[in-house]
Design a protein around this ligand. Structure first.
Ligand SMILES: [Zn+2]
Ligand SMILES: [Zn+2]
Length: 272
């Protein structure tokens, strides 16, 4: 069974596809299940970025798509762009949504998003400072969450996506912050949470996030579950690199991925 557990539509501020367009591309790409993970970015400083989806509009579209594409199993999730000082507000907000899946993510390191050049400028572009600071922010974020409040961690290595370094120096490696990354992976493994392999730039870079050195380490530290997500914001971004990602995970000894239905997890084999 092929599942895509990271997708955005026009219900996210940066999405460029309707739910119907997403479903059409997912079916064309051979997926059986797709989970919507629209952005929720509380207090993100970029104007407009912090506006959450309107639940009633999203639900209406979601239910219509479920009827229109009965062959595709459609799930409702959210990508939580964490902002640790607002944890309690975020947790309360999430409890009001009828979610199948909660994908924990971090786009803000302090008050800056590594999407923004200013994030790197504050470190004089020094990679050896900018990358560990990002990893530490993820660790600080995870430490504020109870295990029951989320299901998986998204794109560990997001700091490299828009980083001002040559392509081969962009990925966050395990060796960039080994102790911090180990602590992150230990929390996920201990609490039975999944690590996401995100294929959003695979078409251009032939890489996934996280770097293989981190995926490998997750297994060594007892991690069991990998989620796979294309992070598609447009129809043409659906499903790239999944075969590579499946092989990568299997090659390090992972056997299982998960499906989620009203936060209940079902464990299934990673496709061949
Ligand atoms: Zn993200
Ligand atoms: Zn995303």
């Amino acid at each position: 069974m092929r599942c895509d557990y990271h997708t955005h539509t026009c219900h996210s501020m940066d999405g460029h596809q309707t739910i119907a367009e997403l479903c059409e591309s997912e079916i064309r790409a051979g997926f059986d299940e797709v989970c919507l993970t629209e952005h929720y970015e509380p207090m993100h400083p970029t104007p407009g970025a912090d506006i959450p989806p309107k639940l009633e509009f999203l639900l209406a579209d979601y239910r219509a798509a479920k009827k229109l594409y009965p062959r595709l199993s459609l799930r409702l999730g959210i990508e939580i762009g964490d902002n640790p000082p607002y944890h309690d507000m975020i947790a309360r907000w999430l409890d009001e949504w009828p979610l199948d899946y909660r994908l924990m993510s971090l786009h803000l390191v302090g008050k800056l998003d590594p999407y923004d050049r200013a994030y790197f400028s504050q470190f004089d572009d020094r990679r050896e400072l900018a990358y560990p600071a990002y990893a530490q922010a993820i660790l600080d974020s995870l430490r504020t969450w109870n295990p029951g409040e989320y299901d998986a961690l998204a794109h560990l290595g997001y700091c490299g996506r828009y980083a001002p370094y040559p392509d081969e120096r962009k990925p966050l490696l395990h060796s960039d912050a080994p102790d911090i990354i180990d602590d992150i992976l230990r929390i996920l493994a201990r609490d039975g949470k999944a690590l996401e392999i995100n294929t959003s730039r695979f078409n251009k870079t032939k890489r996934v996030i996280p770097d293989p050195s981190i995926v490998k380490r997750f297994r060594e530290l007892g991690g069991e579950f990998i989620m796979f997500g294309s992070d598609a914001h447009r129809p043409e971004q659906v499903g790239h690199g999944f075969e590579y990602a499946y092989q990568l995970a299997r090659g390090f000894g992972f056997q299982y991925t998960c499906r989620f239905d009203q936060r209940r997890r079902a464990v299934i084999p990673i496709p061949d």
